[in-house]
Design a protein around this ligand. Structure first.
Ligand code: GDP
Length: 365
């Protein structure tokens, strides 16, 4: 299962966000891995399409998509050298597939900042330097272990790996994250093996005061924007952990009224869906009177592999995928109408499944 990790310096609001996600999440007791690892939560991915399909089919069971989120303790300057248990935390990041970077853009004299100032761009610099330092150490290790074998002569494969590792190191030495490099398919194979921290996609969550969030103005936000644009331009989501915490306690009608008055919405759904997309996950639906279910797959997955997520037999005996496009089903109103309009399509084994496809697989047993 792909996971996204919450990363940031201490006291930026990571645990507050994680606890909120845990509370809106699937109860931990249903997911043994969450009880074993209290820093893991599984949250449902909100989706109007899914809700609509459930209202159409009125199935006995409905299974939404989910995102696994891991809370990774605070990183500090020097983490890659072992400061503040840094190395242990950094190795937790190796186990996730994407990163929520929580940035502190709220000022509160009662909440100490480890660097004794509030400056989210400087924080981002520190964190990214630590991540690159850890990657550099990993790659230097690879280079060193290949070089040790040099006297006995290197095989072609080892020479290729050495060349690739040297180029990765050169790239990191320019202070650029690995994911913003130009890598060949062969390089990507090595990169997949190394699991480098700066290869993981990022989403920036900017935690500000409730006031700033409501007036959609925060003195740090333009600088953060600028920094993120200059570093890959990945998604930025402004939010307020304090606000989210506050509305979480309210009954639904009161929550709606409060949000309306403030002119804001709860940002947790956006955070969850953006995180899900960032780690290259999509899902297709199976839909019927028994069940409407989201099946998560990697982007670019072909029909037989998608079928395999339901059952290995479906992949082995794959005949075809009968596919409805969500928008067409929604517009036409029923499966029969989709068929009558000639839009119920049979797709073969080369078909690349797209997000939101509604699929019925045919297979040989
Ligand atoms: P972590 O160390 O990054 O996990 O940070 P926490 O979530 O534990 O938050 C650290 C402290 O900052 C706690 O006392 C929180 O109540 C407080 N805090 C978190 N988010 C906000 C916020 O949006 N505004 C204010 N004023 N305080 C916050």
């Amino acid at each position: 299962n792909l996971k996204i990790g919450i990363v940031g310096m201490p006291n930026v609001g990571k645990s507050t966000l994680f606890n909120l996600l845990t509370k809106v999440g699937v109860p931990a007791e249903n997911f043994p891995f969450c009880t074993i690892d209290p820093n893991a939560a599984r949250v449902n991915v909100p989706d109007d399409r899914f809700n609509w399909l459930v209202s159409l089919y009125k199935p006995k069971s409905a299974v939404p998509a989910f995102l696994d989120v891991v809370d990774i303790a605070g990183l500090v300057r020097g983490a890659a050298n072992g400061e503040g248990l840094g190395n242990a935390f950094l190795s937790h990041i190796a186990a996730v597939d994407g990163i929520f970077h929580v940035c502190r853009a709220f000022e509160d004299a009662d909440v100490i900042h480890v660097e004794d100032r509030v400056d989210p761009v400087a924080d981002l610099e520190i964190i990214h330097q630590e991540l690159r330092a850890k990657d550099r150490a990993k790659i230097e290790g690879v280079i060193e272990s290949i070089n040790k074998l040099k006297s006995r002569g290197l095989k072609k494969e080892q020479l290729e790996e050495l060349d690739c590792a040297n180029r990765i190191l050169e790239h990191l030495n320019k202070e650029v994250d690995v994911r913003f490099g130009d890598w060949s398919a062969k390089d990507v194979e090595w990169l997949n093996e190394y699991q480098l921290l700066t290869a993981k996609p990022a989403v920036y969550l900017v935690n500000m005061s409730e006031n700033d969030f409501a007036r959609k103005k925060n003195k740090f936000l333009p600088k953060i924007h600028e920094w993120v644009q200059a570093h890959g331009g990945e998604p930025i989501i402004p939010f307020s952990a304090a606000f989210e915490n506050k509305i979480f306690e309210m009954p639904d009608d009161e929550k709606d009224k409060y949000c309306k008055e403030m002119g804001v919405v709860c940002m947790l759904p956006k955070i969850i869906t953006t995180g899900f997309k960032a780690i290259h996950l999509i899902y297709f639906f199976t839909a019927g009177e028994d069940e409407v279910k989201c099946w998560q797959i990697r982007q670019g997955c072909k029909a037989p592999q998608a079928a395999g997520t339901i059952h290995t037999d479906f992949e082995r005996g794959f005949i075809c995928a009968e596919v409805m496009k969500y928008d067409e089903l929604k517009e036409l109103g029923s499966e029969n109408a989709v068929k009558a309009a000639g839009k119920y399509r049979q797709q073969g084994k080369e078909y690349v499944v797209t997000d939101g496809d509604i699929i019925y697989f045919k297979f040989n047993v």
